[in-house]
Design a protein around this ligand. Structure first.
Ligand code: GLY
Length: 561
């Protein structure tokens, strides 16, 4: 426990790191003011600025997402997709599914060679990896809940693209390390490359992207899904093996879905239903660790960690077998989150040793991984709350930039099961439920989540991290509700992750060595990793006092109205 206290004092309440004109703020406490937490200070500020102009949480989330597409191009996007979970101050709860879809010309075996071997290079890199983007349609669908017109909400992003912004050290390093990939997957040198290496403080200007955003500002959805932008996208497809057509773009539709809602210790938890596995996994894991009364153990102790790993194992085995786009499969959600089913699932739990993954699921595989996505949490002073997770999938998605339009396209096709048992870039495997079909949405792990207490938003949380998303959100919720940790500790204490296959358990730098040693004695194979996720969390107490915390693992930052 001493270590935790030390970290609590060490993690500063408010941190300012100066990168030319960029202030990274890690934590803000406030009351009666809107709060935005995102992966980049300028994006959070864009959202806060919109609230100062009279916008609500939904206005702010649109502005923040557009700004992320400019200042955080590795994951913030207009060429990807995502999910939004919202609750209005009148109690109305909703979700928006703006996940990418498989193009009309996609087919089940499109990534298999003539010998039936999966070529995951094609599903992960280059033009054939791209799903039909949903983000811009998602921003327009959000307008229904907002107050201000899109022209105003997109303006901060246009200004950032037009005038440029100062790179942080992390961004500069990332752009330098990705330059070779940009060369490999693009015909022309991109705006993200120059002769000298980028360094912190360099100004990045994106004129083509500014023009694309202006077309959206002027023509609405048609400014992206039809006309010049759509033509630039299809021209990019035709520069290689891409298959997205003008019709695919024109026919893209957002799905409004009923949130997945379940009860946990007197809290109402709302999260994303299929085609994200996130909400189901969260419900399953919380219910299963609840059988062991997880709160009676210490945070990151051997007992608590083992219980949570075993809950993760069983939930992820179900993910592989049962989950996919509900328009194409039989939706088993009700059964999967039912107490009876989970009690039965939990019968094989052994508190003295690891359960072999083969004992709880059917498909075999090996692992690979990557963790690019991004999350935004927002509360406004009227009590509206929104959690959005959005993604290009891999770092800079397919690495293909739409030439002349200035934005990266996703590589979301890899989130399908390209062949039963073949792992995607997160090491996740799947079967028929998540096979490729034209128009189908690929299974996701994104878990934008709002926890309500007495019908009011209590926790707004989410994170990037591929398959580590549901397990990080799970830990953040348990850390807050069961272990009583502060929001700062809930976000920043070392996390762990297990996903059924591979058998190993990832532990983040700084995870307690005594717990690791105990787990190894119980037959757990430990894989040490530098970082898991980048959680953005807002916690509001019953008196309306709010604390927003931006993850310390990156340049993530909070802004207040
Ligand atoms: N592309 C990561 C996810 O949707 O889970």
């Amino acid at each position: 426990m001493k270590k935790f206290l030390f970290l609590f004092f060490w993690l500063p309440l408010v941190t300012f790191a100066q990168f030319t004109d960029i202030n990274i703020i890690k934590e803000i406490h406030t009351k009666d003011k809107g709060l935005v937490v995102s992966a980049h200070p300028l994006a959070s500020e864009a959202g806060a600025k919109i609230m100062k102009m009279g916008g609500n949480a939904f206005d702010a989330v649109i502005a923040t997402q557009y700004a992320l597409a400019v200042v955080y191009p590795q994951a913030g996007n207009i060429g990807g997709g995502g999910f939004l979970v919202g609750v209005k101050n009148n109690g109305e709860k909703f979700t928006l599914d703006f996940r990418e879809t498989a193009p009309e010309r996609a087919s089940r075996d499109m990534y298999l060679d003539k010998n039936g071997r999966a070529n995951t290079d094609l599903s992960q890199n280059g033009r054939l990896a791209v799903g039909v983007p949903g983000s811009v349609a998602g921003f327009f669908a959000t307008l229904k809940y907002a107050k201000l017109p899109m022209e105003k909400l997109i303006q901060p992003a246009i200004d950032l693209a037009d005038n440029g912004f100062a790179l942080t050290e992390k961004e500069a390093n990332l752009l330098n390390s990705e330059s070779k990939n940009f060369d490999e997957y693009n015909r022309k040198t991109t705006v993200f490359q120059k002769n000298l290496p980028w360094k912190a403080g360099d100004i990045l200007v994106q004129k083509d992207l500014a023009e694309t955003l202006r077309r959206i500002q002027k023509s609405g959805m048609k400014g992206f899904y039809e006309g010049e932008t759509a033509q630039l996208i299809t021209a990019e497809m035709n520069r290689g093996n891409g298959i997205i057509t003008l019709n695919d773009l024109k026919n893209y539709r957002v799905a409004e879905r009923k949130p997945l809602i379940f009860n946990y210790k007197g809290h109402e938890i709302m999260s994303m239903p299929l085609p994200s596995s996130g909400g189901i996994l969260l419900a399953q894991m919380l219910t299963m660790s609840g059988f062991e009364n997880i709160g009676k153990y210490q945070h990151n102790s051997t007992a608590a960690t083992q219980i949570m790993i075993e809950a993760e194992r069983r939930a992820f085995a179900d993910r592989a077998e049962f989950m996919g786009d509900p328009s194409f499969i039989t939706d088993m959600t009700e059964m999967l989150i039912s107490r009876d089913y989970l009690q039965n699932r939990w019968k094989t739990f052994n508190k003295n040793s690891a359960t072999p993954s083969a004992a709880v699921g059917k498909i075999t595989a090996q692992q690979s991984e990557s963790t690019e996505t991004t999350h935004i949490s927002i509360i406004d002073k009227e009590g509206n709350a929104v959690a959005v997770t959005t993604t290009l999938n891999g770092l800079y998605g397919s690495k293909v930039m739409v030439s002349g339009a200035g934005f990266f396209l996703n590589n979301e096709m890899d989130d399908f099961s390209v062949k039963p048992g073949v792992p995607n870039m997160f090491g996740a495997v799947g079967g028929e439920a998540n096979s490729i079909q034209p128009g189908k949405r690929m299974l996701s792990s994104m878990t934008p989540t709002i926890v309500l207490k007495n019908s009011k938003p209590y926790i707004i949380v989410g994170t990037p991290g591929g398959t580590t998303i549901p397990t990080s959100v799970y830990q953040s919720v348990v850390n807050t509700i069961d272990f009583g940790l502060s929001p700062n500790m809930s976000v920043n204490m070392p996390k762990f992750h297990h996903q059924w296959l591979p058998e190993s358990v990832m532990v983040e730098k700084g995870f307690p060595e005594t717990t690791i040693a105990d787990l190894e004695k119980m037959n757990y194979k430990i894989e040490r990793v530098q970082q898991i996720g980048r959680t953005e969390m807002i916690v509001i107490d019953e008196n309306g006092n709010a604390v927003a915390v931006a993850d310390g693992r990156g340049d993530d930052s909070v802004a207040a109205e």
